[in-house]
Design a protein around this ligand. Structure first.
Ligand SMILES: NC(=O)c1ccc[n+]([C@@H]2O[C@H](COP(=O)([O-])OP(=O)(O)OC[C@H]3O[C@@H](n4cnc5c(N)ncnc54)[C@H](OP(=O)(O)O)[C@@H]3O)[C@@H](O)[C@H]2O)c1
Length: 338
């Protein structure tokens, strides 16, 4: 580190260097309880000062509200940062617990125009397919995404929650810069196939929910008891009921290691994710989400923590002991299709 800023990593084989930690912006408008726009704006500015240059949103976060909220910040700093957004996923207006997934050309074309309009920018730096619609061949979807690059609407392509085979098929149509999938001490299913495929193809890994949606920081131990009624984490099996009790007990080694580093639990959880880059020999750019400036300071500082082999060995078995899936319906994940 120089001048207090985080180091950088490459986004795709020939892509730009970006801060080695990005910022997840979803919670600023969606899914995680009450929003605080003033604190969120301060968080965005502080992140940029610290060298965070990859900002993650999606059209479905608050049905467009998150993109609209981020737009003034993005426009004020257009040359200093990269905007990553996503298409494919929406909530059924008649039944908001039902997710709709679409990867067909008419849908993609209207989605990209809507995102560009809400963001009020000319081009999206990194455009992800948020979820796979198995009714549409992935080659067809990526073909349309590649057309968006030729048309100047998008600069680089990403895929979220794809299998290794889907990634290979997509990459044969057009280079994929990044795969965004859940990866944390509690969620390691992508290590078996997706991570090796990404390494072979020169694709950067962008782990989402690297703090286990906040659970790994110890800030809540049971979603039903600790979080507001509208919080999405109440729908996730591992954060409720007996599973939550079992999983909270798994944090003991994390506490021990955090104490010995004079660090927080969240910092150790993030240091573990950053270590995966060296271990698997590919660029890894996690995007922890926060709405609080002091937490972005804490999270970026975790990029400087080095875990010992003994500490890594203590943390290694945690994922196999986690009770409950990461989504109620695992078809929503790449692991559900591997
Ligand atoms: N591709 C996908 O399908 C997908 C799915 C989920 C998320 N994402 C993206 O990934 C980003 C990150 O994932 P995520 O937000 O789900 O989970 P996460 O980064 O694992 O955790 C976020 C939660 O942790 C809390 N937190 C953050 N830093 C903290 C700290 N230092 N101490 C204590 N608590 C802390 C946040 O609360 P505060 O905000 O109150 O600080 C928030 O509740 C999202 O913002 C989104 O952009 C993508």
């Amino acid at each position: 580190m120089t001048d207090g800023r985080i180091s950088t990593a490459r986004l795709g084989t020939d892509g730009p260097e970006v801060g080695v930690q990005g910022l997840g912006c979803m919670g600023m408008s969606f899914a995680y309880g009450p929003v605080d726009t003033d604190a969120s704006r301060a968080t965005l500015e502080r992140a940029l000062e610290l060298g965070v240059t990859l900002y993650d949103t999606a059209d479905m976060y608050g049905a467009g509200e998150n993109e609209r909220f981020l737009s003034p910040f993005f426009k004020a700093h257009r040359d200093e940062l990269l905007i990553a957004t996503k298409f494919a996923l929406s909530l059924d207006p008649d039944n908001p617990t039902r997710r709709v997934i679409r990867n067909d050309e008419p849908y993609i074309r209207q989605a990209v125009e809507a995102s560009l309009k809400r963001l009020d920018v000319d081009v999206i730096d990194l455009y992800y397919m948020h979820r796979r619609d198995v009714n549409v061949p992935i080659e067809e979807t990526v073909g349309v995404m590649a057309d968006l690059i030729r048309e100047g609407k998008v600069k680089q392509l990403g895929l979220s929650e794809v299998t290794a085979d889907e990634l290979r098929a997509a990459h044969a149509v057009h280079p994929i810069a990044a795969v965004q999938s859940e990866w944390s001490l509690f969620s390691r299913d992508i290590e078996a196939k997706v991570v090796p495929a990404a390494r072979d193809l020169g694709v950067t890994l962008v782990p989402y929910s690297p703090l286990g949606r906040g659970f790994l920081t110890g800030s809540f131990t049971n979603a039903e008891q600790d979080l507001t009624p509208d919080d999405f984490r109440r729908q996730q099996p591992r954060y409720t009921g007996e599973n939550a009790t079992t999983n909270a007990a798994l944090l003991a080694p994390l506490r021990e290691i955090a104490a010995s580093h004079g660090a927080t639990l969240g910092q150790i959880a993030l240091a573990w994710v950053h270590h995966q880059s060296q271990l698997h020999n590919l660029p890894v750019i996690p995007i922890p989400g926060t709405r609080k400036p002091q937490r972005v300071e804490e999270n970026t500082a975790a990029t400087h923590i080095k875990l010992t082999q003994e500490e890594l060995a203590l943390l290694d078995p945690l994922a196999t002991k986690v009770a409950g899936n990461r989504y109620a319906d695992m078809r929503f994940t790449s692991a559900g299709r591997e």
